[in-house]
Design a protein around this ligand. Structure first.
Ligand code: NAD
Length: 418
């Protein structure tokens, strides 16, 4: 893992790499590489013992050419201005890659949520929602969950917004509980697209995911669902990990039992259904067919990439490979399905949730999953076409070529002010 790589610089490098294959002016490329606006704010909240705490929070609205800003809210000590800028930019190109009508945004609070009680987290979340209120709205900017936030936080933000605005507007935020206007299939969506994209990648290589061995780094929402669905497709999950370490079993790990163990003990480590404990770096270099980084940015840098033995990487996490690592993996013939396609299931089903909220008409889980599969498979095909037509170095550049062209077209079609 590399802490030295600035994710915002990685994003800008990825855009430059792709823009070199397109006819886009330098002025427009500068626009495509920078956020439109950023809210940076201090939240002062009362803790349970009566003392005050002040926390730094951000919301970056990167680009709205294709629709309202869209993207999650992260609670993590590593949240800072550049991370939020990068994550919001990746959302722009992710939404464009899968062709859903959104721009990109992202927010976060620099906080370790495990240091706070549930009551304190509710006050912190509502304080953030008050700051976000002028920016958000179902036609303006629509937040969603990210690392360490989930349905609970989304329900609080929705309630704060609706109370202050004296309205009902469930589409102001996605990733809510079903009874608060959430969608069937949303919780599983990111893992589902990660596995669907991996399935397509194996098919592209003339192979079957059912024969694959799989390692998953990070066992939260994205990682554990990826493991479960890969297992359901017949693949063998041999290793999983979280921030406390990893476990390995060459005969396969039962993903559901490992998740139950994590729920009970806080970690997958110590799970009796695996034979060995391994480090996160060991997991990333295992000789498996499919590697799924599902934790945080920069998990694999160029040094570690030299030792990666997987044939396919499907990026559940945002930005898990540094740009240098990408170059090494091209040389080593590892097929990387980029985050902006692989994990786009989350935002795609968020889009379905928003559509359902606006129509006040709700879909079955089967319909959600079918529509998601169509979007991911079509997007994968678009990416392959760009990869082959433009003779591009890797699938990431292909995804950016497709996505940037779509953003550029929207920008051009909007015209200029006289
Ligand atoms: P989460 O909080 O549910 O889970 C994160 C997991 O990563 C936890 O198991 C944690 O222990 C583990 N982890 C943290 N640091 C680690 C490290 N250094 N090594 C190994 N494991 C580590 O978060 P999530 O929602 O699953 O998000 C994970 C990634 O997926 C993030 O990059 C996020 O941006 C991306 N993502 C999530 C969604 C979504 O809908 N949840 C959508 C798109 C992308």
């Amino acid at each position: 893992m590399s802490d030295d790589v600035n994710p915002f610089e990685s994003l800008q490098e990825q855009i430059d790499d792709a823009a070199a294959h397109l006819d886009v002016s330098d002025g427009l490329i500068t626009r495509l590489k920078n956020p439109e606006r950023i809210l940076e704010t201090n939240l002062t909240v009362e803790l349970d013992d009566g003392s005050l705490d002040t926390l730094r929070a951000y919301r970056s609205e990167f680009n709205g050419d294709r629709g309202p800003y869209k993207g999650g809210i992260r609670y993590h000590p590593g949240v800072d201005r550049d991370e939020v800028k990068a994550l919001s930019g990746w959302m722009v190109y992710k939404c464009a890659t899968v062709g859903i009508p959104y721009g990109g945004g992202k927010g976060g609070i620099s906080i370790d949520p495990s240091d706070y009680s549930e009551e304190e987290l509710e006050r912190i979340t509502r304080a953030f929602a008050v700051e976000l209120r002028p920016l958000i709205g179902e036609d303006k900017d629509i937040p969603a969950p990210d690392v360490n936030t989930g349905q609970r936080e989304m329900n609080w933000i929705k309630d704060t917004y609706e109370t202050l605005e004296n309205t009902t507007e469930p589409g102001v935020i996605t990733g809510k509980d079903i009874d608060s206007g959430g969608s069937e299939g949303r919780v599983e969506a990111t893992g589902r697209s990660t596995v669907l994209a991996a399935r397509e990648a194996f098919e592209y290589l003339g192979r079957d995911i059912a024969d694959a061995t799989v390692a998953v780094q990070g066992y939260g929402n994205a990682g554990w669902i990826t493991a479960k669905l890969a297992d359901e497709m017949g693949a063998t999950v041999v290793s999983v990990s979280d921030s406390s370490g990893g476990i390995y079993d060459e005969d396969g790990i039962d993903p559901v039992a490992a998740k139950d163990h994590k729920r009970e003990t806080g970690s997958v480590v110590g799970f009796h259904g695996a034979t060995e404990e391994i480090s996160n770096d060991d997991l990333l270099t295992l000789d498996v067919d499919l590697l799924v980084p599902a934790a945080l940015e920069n998990a694999i840098d160029a040094d570690l990439a030299e030792d990666v033995s997987a044939d396919v990487i499907s990026e559940a996490a945002n930005g898990p490979l540094t740009p240098d690592a990408d170059d090494v993996l091209v040389d080593e013939d590892v097929l990387v399905v980029p985050d902006i396609l692989a994990n786009a299931g989350g935002v795609t089903v968020s889009y379905f949730e928003w559509v359902q909220n606006r129509q006040r008409f709700y879909w079955s889980e089967e319909k959600v999953n079918d529509e998601l599969e169509t979007i991911i498979v079509d997007a994968f095909d678009d990416l392959v076409e760009a990869y082959e037509t433009h003779d591009l170095p890797n699938f990431r550049t292909a995804a950016y070529v497709v996505a940037i062209q779509r953003v550029v077209d929207a920008y051009d079609q909007a015209g200029t002010w006289p």
